[in-house]
Design a protein around this ligand. Sequence first.
Ligand code: ATP
Ligand code: MG
Ligand code: MG
Ligand code: MG
Length: 480
Amino acid sequence: MSSAEIRNRFLAHFEGRGHTVVPSASLLLDDPNLLFVNAGMVPFKPYFLGQETPPFKRATSVQKCVRTLDIEEVGKTTRHGTFFQMNGNFSFGDYFKEGAVQYAWELITGDQASGGLGFDPEKVWVTVLPEDDEARDAWKRIAGLPDERIQPRGLKDNYWNMGVPGPGGPCSEIYIDRGAEYGPDGGPEADEDRFLEIWNLVFMQEELSAVRAKDDFDIAGPLPSKNIDTGMGLERVAYLLQGKQNMYEIDTVFPVIERAQELSGKKYGASGSDGHLDDVRFRVVADHVRSSLMLIGDGVTPGNEGRGYVLRRLLRRAVRNMRLLGYQDPALPELLPVSRDRMGESYPELVTGWDRIAQVAYAEEDAFRKTLQAGTQIFDLAAGEVKESGAGTIPGEKAFALHDTYGFPIDLTLEMAAEAGLSVDEPGFRQLMSEQRERAKADARAKKGQHADTGVYRGILDANGPTEWLAYETLETESK
Ligand code: ATP
Ligand code: MG
Ligand code: MG
Ligand code: MG
């Protein structure tokens, strides 16, 4: 079943059950706590909190999402993309747990001939909070699930919060058993690769006043109403229904891997000793090309902080992974149009805005190629020296020189070092960076006399340090 078909079936299922179909919001919705929209509920947050009155009691959407926190998982697990689409159904003070369970069960196990997704009911597992008898009973009564396939899991997995004050509530996650060849028995608690999480039903009922961790928060009190917020991973369902091994092999993603194979002359899925590493590279390329496309489509341009830096990092990682696969020429002009052709059907703005999107992406690749050209030799020399001396760590001064003279962001140096089996003296690097800032401050004071106004920009830099990697690691909060 194609991704487009899954999407249509999801929306039709809920539209047929009284939900208003709402188009995806931009990835750049204004929310001070979020770099990007990372869940289907984000555009509806004011309704849950009672800050605005929703024009409908029930809604359904397929929301574009970006989760940069998952970047390290991409290509290594079967199920994490930096970009993905979340199918959702929402109830604003209308139906609650029973309705959510009923609608979800009807869709996943419904016959494919009559609009369902056709999953085998015997393969379905769910999780609930240990004390959530209401959810447990709903799964028993409505779905007829036996006790052993309703697994209790703690707050970390079965209580949703935004990572910051806001709405929250217990949740119940739906998993599909992919079969004994993918891991041990024992349900999602035992193995999340064999048991693939496809859908999370959140029973949004409380407002949180403080969140210290996923499972450590203060509840201020009940929300004005009891709500439902669900998120089903479109790509995850597609990978199961298309009989693939992971989300990078589905119809909307794999064509980029196919093109990358042609360009590099390497084979995806080859069994040589490097096979697995190369496969991860192919998947990273396909994922990052797609998320870059979607981000530029929504108006992000590469930059040195915040959203722009995330995009820059995604584009650069895509280009570097093509080089690691052995392809040295400009890669984006070959790959980006392939992704556009697959995504443009659902997101026509990618087609109408194509000239701008291509220009932004290709210019960034050009600039990056120049950076690499200047710095790679220096890096290789440094790495060679370190190896020869028998040490395993690139000194802070080298990382600093690469940054200062050749424009290598520290994360690029870190990644290249890791590939060479080396580490980097990061504290040493940071020390040199802060010394350089001190010198710049002193210079500015000397120039302007004792009444130096080093300016807002300096102040921000001093307060926050160099933003290029900090922004990336800290500006996003995990959802669900
Ligand atoms: P996981 O435990 O697999 O990381 P999650 O619990 O973080 O997933 P939720 O926050 O519950 O995910 O999001 C709802 C649904 O969105 C998930 O059930 C899954 O189907 C999908 N999803 C979440 N993160 C990703 C991702 N990085 N790539 C693709 N789909 C995702
Ligand atoms: Mg996750
Ligand atoms: Mg999970
Ligand atoms: Mg989840």
